[in-house]
Design a protein around this ligand. Structure first.
Ligand code: SAM
Length: 315
């Protein structure tokens, strides 16, 4: 990947934040913080807002279980965190893990650090020991660390930074990849997973990524992204629900379960919530929503049969 490709990939963090802000402003999801990271808000179409709701709900479901069921020293590592507001959401609701580490390209972490620093509603939720570091591109504190780095150099440059900030390989750790590993060559994302397999005592991962490149809709999705200079590099190596979970089992992980967004929306978003959503906006593009949602999937996997992972589930 060259630098101009990197710039396009970095731009996806703004797309994700704009969609999140649209869903939050309309009341689909409860995220009072995302607006501080979006310069030019846009109202997304109802089917995108629905998708954002299920995406947010699914990620939060696993994350909250992890924090609630863990003993005191649990860690979250968000790979390619973009403008995710997770730390602030958990902090506001007093459901914090021991430590949260976020990693992204320097260009993104610099923007995020600046937005946090200049916004008192965000800064006031960070601990007293929060320090701006590395020329304004990182934030360091005892429970929140924003690190700049390239995930393609995970073991050699990201891990040393994590270690320097107190990351502990012996503590239960949940890694997150929300539309991130899919942008890496499989060889690079495999290196991250292999590092986790070889070095962590007990770890889990929650991914949310595109699947099904081969049908008509999948081809269209790929072509649309390609027109913007974006390549889903991991998609052909792990194209189906089965292969996204098998990837972890092949590495000897204890468990891996994948569920697509259409199934999640239909079966795992409860009836009360469905009727609440129906009142926000009228949506009649159900066929299109189903097609779109079948092309995204959550995968939750963990390395060993230990708590808290063995009592967590997407359901
Ligand atoms: N996870 C966030 C979310 O869901 O809101 C952001 C998702 S955005 C689609 C993808 C993010 O991954 C971007 O912020 C991008 O900069 C980051 N990313 C992609 N490749 C990366 C790499 N090699 N190193 C660091 N970050 C990377």
């Amino acid at each position: 990947m060259n630098n101009s490709n990197d710039a396009v990939v970095q731009g996806t963090s703004n797309d994700a934040a704009v969609s999140r802000e649209s869903a939050a402003r309309l009341g689909y999801i409860n995220d009072p913080f995302i607006r501080y990271f979006v310069k030019r808000p846009q109202r997304r179409a109802p089917l995108i807002n629905r998708g954002t709701h299920s995406r947010f709900d699914g990620m939060q479901r696993i994350i909250r279980q992890f924090v609630r069921k863990s003993s005191s020293k649990c860690q979250i590592v968000s790979l390619g965190a973009g403008m995710d507001t997770l730390y602030f959401l958990l902090r506001q609701q007093q459901e914090q893990p021991w430590r949260i580490f976020e990693i992204d390209f320097t260009e993104i972490t610099a923007k995020k650090a600046a937005a946090i620093y200049k916004t008192s509603a965000l800064r006031s939720l960070l601990p007293q020991d929060m320090a701006v570091a590395k020329g304004g591109t990182e934030l360091h504190s005892h429970d929140y660390t924003l690190i700049s780095g390239d995930l393609r150099e995970f073991a050699t440059s990201v891990v040393p930074k994590l270690m320097a900030r107190g990351f502990d390989c012996s503590q239960p750790t949940l890694f997150l990849s929300e539309c991130v590993l899919i942008y890496l060559d499989p060889q690079h994302s495999d290196q991250i997973l292999d590092w986790i397999t070889d070095n962590m005592k007990h770890a889990g991962i929650l991914t949310y990524e595109q699947i099904l490149p081969h049908d008509r809709f999948g081809q269209m999705m790929i072509e649309n992204l390609r027109a913007r200079g974006l390549e889903l590099r991991g998609l052909h190596a792990y194209p189906t629900l089965q292969s996204t979970s098998q990837r972890f089992l092949d590495r000897g992980w204890h468990s891996a379960v994948a569920v697509d967004l259409a199934t999640y929306h239909e079966k795992l978003v409860c009836e009360d919530e469905q009727s609440r959503l129906a009142k926000i906006e009228f949506m009649d593009e159900w066929e299109e929503f189903r097609l779109l949602a079948q092309h995204y999937a959550f995968t939750f996997a963990y390395t060993a049969d230990t708590a808290p992972f063995n009592s967590m589930s997407m359901e």
